[in-house]
Design a protein around this ligand. Structure first.
Ligand SMILES: Nc1nc2c(ncn2[C@@H]2O[C@@H]3COP(=O)(O)O[C@H]4[C@@H](O)[C@H](n5cnc6c(=O)[nH]c(N)nc65)O[C@@H]4COP(=O)(O)O[C@H]3[C@H]2O)c(=O)[nH]1
Length: 859
């Protein structure tokens, strides 16, 4: 565990190096310890050897010196006189081999010496006063002890050691006095022979025998091997009379054994390398083991996750998953979606597909299996299975061949996707692609196909095809006033009527909006006209829709194949142009295509292009039409009416260009110009003291819905510095009732800004009284269509009367438009209408003329 912890963070190489260093350190310590032990043992041996030799030496010297004791005894016995010394000495000498001379030296001067031969020079030698021996002789005398002096050069020649024993005698009075010395001289060679140093050298040791000079403290070398001993010798001391000798010994080869040391070092190194290597190998093995373990883990996790993924994928696939054997028998069914089958899964397993599937489906599936067997897979085949509750379900098949493995036979994996809804959706899409979703009538695409077919057929037998382009009159008003839901309901009703009015061979299609197109095969112009009249009559019948009685008229344009065109596109465009002419001619009628029609649609395009530049080229002007109080005949207001004077085409009616400006969006910029100009004119008249109550400006529905309307109105008023209550904005019914909630919002804001609001052309739309009550309107303008026929049409009279009374009930004023006759004025006055506007009082006038009229009235 510890090893695992300590080495786990190291690489095998580092761990190996660490183990090597550790082992090397341990080996080093062991080797050092062994070496120390060996050294101690060796030193112990050397010490024993040195001790043996030192003891032999010491014994030799002591034995020779012991002769002094005899001499001292002789001197003491004779009280300083030794008779027959030569004879006694001669007898003693054989007992002390190695002694060169022994003698007596009263007062330090040698008097007697044996053997006399060879020692003649010694007689008379004054030991105390000799420069070489005086100091040691004095030491002997003063210490009173046997003292060994030397090695020193001997008087009789050579080098030797002298053992002196001072002798003190007592006189008659018992006083001790120095008598002199007894001395024994030993040649150094003889001294050293006792130690047998050569044997030491032979045995492989080096030595040094030395002594410390007692009087100087210096070391005197007595005998030394060649070469002398090395460092850290074993030193053995010799205790000699009144002196200290020491024997230092070292092995000739030095301490220890370098060879052994090197051997041990190499062994240690080898062991360290081996252990380092083993540790490295061990860790490598462990790491490899761990790698293998994590690889096994990773692989196991991968397999597990793949299995999970596979299972999740199978679960996520909305299709049924089945397995069949090579003979078409069901082997396995994925349980997640097995309920999509009519039969329970248990009843399918082990059965042949043709036993359980309907014949047709079984054939398709067998074909799919065959295709998969040959090509590996098969996709796109569809089968239909009867379902107990839903009738039948469609499935799209994907089959893949499964190759045989060592433990499974070949077979097929089959995915069956329920495409019942998809097929239904496709059918729906197919239907939508060809039929109008609101009315269910063929749409443009199907119309074009059928038209092409009909044209081909008519061409083949020189027949005619009538193309009738139908557009409802004022359908926009229905949408604007009653909402799109009602508009749609009306369209559906009219579509149904169209189908009942048409013949079986005819095609009735809806182009979009309120436009329909009829294809009448084998129909020439006269029959087409009859059919058009039939349609006009049939469609103008009132419809009852959600409590509303709606009656609508339509305009029809007719073109005939092949007279008006060889292709459907041409026939279509020409019928459309003819329909526009029917509209312009007063609506609720039909019109045939004629060559001059193409010119008028070209004019609309031309006008639109010219309108783009009309503002910047200052082609617009305002005319004002007086609004007169019916009671007094006074001009109380004016309506600003836009005029467009084109340099080439002359004046163009607002009834023609305002719809173009509205459709193209140009009405926003043009409308702002109108409001700004009218506000400036009104301010000028105010400044001139002309007392008009308000100046009215028409506000198109497009302007009314524009998000910056309030800012625009405020800006114009501010720039002209005209008080808001001097401005009246004329709204159309359509603008007000399309989205009553936001219309109320806008009207309230305009009202709060001070402007008066009036409802223009009142009576032509479908305004609801409830809504009208909530709007901050100050005035209703009765549409001139009611005023025009007021004397012929009792209906119109009733409508005018109702409008006036309703306005009065709501606290609103009324202005009648298009008052041309005195009788009309009188009727309106009688009904309580407040104001009138019309040619009876004044036509719309250019600014200067209108100003003149105002001034004339004032004066
Ligand atoms: N038969 C007959 N007609 C009379 C009589 N008195 C007036 N009129 C005409 O009736 C129209 C009244 O204007 P409107 O109903 O607002 O109808 C206007 C209005 O809806 C629109 N319009 C005109 N100027 C503007 C404008 O500045 N802005 C907007 N948005 N629309 C405008 O164009 C329409 C037609 O304008 P105009 O051609 O100027 O036609 C004017 C005027 O010339 C009369 O006694 N008998």
């Amino acid at each position: 565990m510890l090893q695992h912890l300590s080495f786990s963070c190291l690489s095998p190489l580092h761990a190996g190096v660490l183990a090597f260093v550790g082992t090397a350190w341990c080996c080093g310590a062991l080797i050092w310890h062994l070496e120390q032990q060996d050294l101690a043992q060796q030193r112990h041996q050397v010490s024993g050897l040195a001790s043996d030799h030192a003891r032999s030496l010491q014994r030799g010297i002591e034995s020779a010196l012991s002769a002094n004791n005899v001499l001292v005894a002789l001197v003491r016995q004779g009280q300083g006189e030794v008779q027959g010394f030569e004879a006694i000495g001669g007898q003693l000498l054989p007992f002390y081999p190695g002694i060169v001379a022994m003698g007596l030296a009263p007062n330090g001067v040698v008097q007697k010496v044996v053997p006399a031969q060879g020692n003649e020079a010694l007689l008379g030698f004054d030991q105390l006063n000799d420069p070489a021996q005086g100091a040691e002789a004095a030491l002997a005398r003063d210490s009173g002890q046997l003292t060994l002096a030397g090695p020193l050069p001997l008087v009789q020649g050579g080098v030797g050691v002298v053992g002196r024993h001072p002798v003190y005698l007592s006189d008659e009075r018992g006083q001790r006095h120095f008598w002199g010395f007894t001395h024994v001289t030993i040649r150094i060679a003889d001294v050293l022979a006792a130690a047998n140093f050569p044997q030491l050298v032979e045995r492989g040791y080096q030595y040094r025998l030395s002594r410390v000079l007692p009087h100087t403290g210096q070391t005197q070398e007595i005998s030394v091997s060649s070469p002398p001993p090395g460092s850290r010798p074993v030193v053995h001391g010799l205790s000699l009379p009144n002196g200290q000798w020491s024997l230092a010994v070292t092995p000739t080869q030095g301490w220890g054994s370098p060879v052994r040391l090197v051997g041990r070092g190499l062994l240690g190194l080898l062991m360290s390398l081996l252990i380092g290597h083993l540790v490295r190998l061990l860790l490598q093995l462990k790491a490899h083991e761990r790698d293998l373990e994590s690889l096994v883990h990773a692989r196991t996790a991968e397999i597990f996750s793949t299995q999970q993924q596979l299972q999740a994928t199978v679960d996520a696939i909305p299709d049924m998953l089945l397995e069949l054997d090579d003979h078409g028998r069901f082997l396995q069914i994925d349980h997640a979606h097995a309920n999509a089958l009519a039969l329970p899964a248990a009843k399918l397993l082990g059965r042949y597909l043709w036993e359980v599937l309907p014949e047709e489906s079984s054939k398709t599936l067998v074909a799919a299996l065959e295709e998969a067997r040959q090509q590996g897979c098969s996709t796109g085949q569809q089968i239909c299975l009867p379902m107990p509750e839903q009738g039948q379900s469609w499935f799209e098949l994907s089959v893949a061949r499964k190759a045989a493995t060592s433990d499974s036979a070949p077979g097929y994996v089959l995915l069956a996707r329920d495409i019942t809804q998809q097929r239904a959706a496709l059918e729906k899409i197919e239907h939508l692609a060809h039929f109008d979703h609101l009315t269910g009538l063929p749409n443009r695409a199907l119309l074009a196909q059928r038209a092409a077919q009909m044209i081909d057929r008519q061409r083949s037998h020189n027949g005619n095809l009538a193309v009738l382009f139908l557009d409802l009159d004022h359908f926009k008003n229905v949408n604007d006033s009653l909402g799109h839901r009602m508009g749609d309901a009306l369209l559906v009703t009219l579509a149904q009527r169209l189908q009942t009015l048409a013949r079986e061979q005819d095609t009735v299609s809806r182009l979009g909006g309120d436009e329909f197109l009829l294809l009448l095969p084998d129909t020439e112009a006269e029959a087409a006209a009859r059919m058009a009249t039939h349609l006009l009559r049939g469609l103008s019948e009132p419809c009852q829709l959600e409590g509303h009685e709606l009656s609508t008229t339509l305009s029809i344009g007719i073109s005939i194949f092949p007279k008006d065109g060889e292709h459907f596109d041409t026939l279509y465009q020409r019928a459309d142009a003819a329909m526009y002419r029917a509209k312009r001619s007063g609506r609720n009628r039909y019109s045939f295509f004629t060559a001059d029609l193409e010119a008028s649609s070209a004019r609309a395009l031309m006008l639109e292009n010219a309108l783009h530049r009309a503002l910047e080229r200052q082609q617009f002007a305002l005319h004002y039409q007086a609004q007169v109080a019916l009671q007094t005949g006074q001009i109380v207001g004016a309506e600003a009416l836009l005029r467009w004077q084109h340099p080439e085409w002359g004046p163009i009616s607002p009834a023609e260009f305002i719809p173009i400006a509205e459709n193209s969006g140009m009405i926003i910029a043009i409308g702002e110009w109108v409001l700004a100009t009218a506000a400036r004119d009104a301010k000028r008249w105010l400044d001139q003291g002309i007392g008009l109550r308000t100046v009215s400006v028409n506000l198109s529905a497009v302007q009314f819905r524009h998000p910056q309307l309030l800012e625009m109105v405020s800006r114009c008023l501010d720039e002209a510095q005209l008080p808001g209550h001097r401005l009246e904005l004329e709204l159309t019914e359509g603008a007000a009732v399309d989205d009553p909630a936001s219309a109320l919002d806008v009207m309230t804001q305009l009202h709060e800004r001070g402007a008066h609001l009036s409802m223009d052309d009142f009576g032509t739309g479908y305004s609801s009284l409830n809504q009208l009550k909530r709007f901050p309107l100050g005035k209703l303008k009765i549409d001139q269509s009611f005023v025009r026929d007021v004397h012929e049409d009792a209906n119109d009279r009733a409508i005018i009367s109702a409008i006036i009374h309703m306005a009065q009930a709501l606290g609103m004023r009324t202005t009648a438009e298009g008052v041309e006759t005195e009788a009309q004025r009188a009727f309106l006055l009688e009904q309580g209408c407040d104001e009138g506007q019309g040619y009876l009082f004044s036509r719309p006038l250019p600014v200067a003329a209108f100003e003149a009229l105002l001034h004339q009235q004032q004066s």
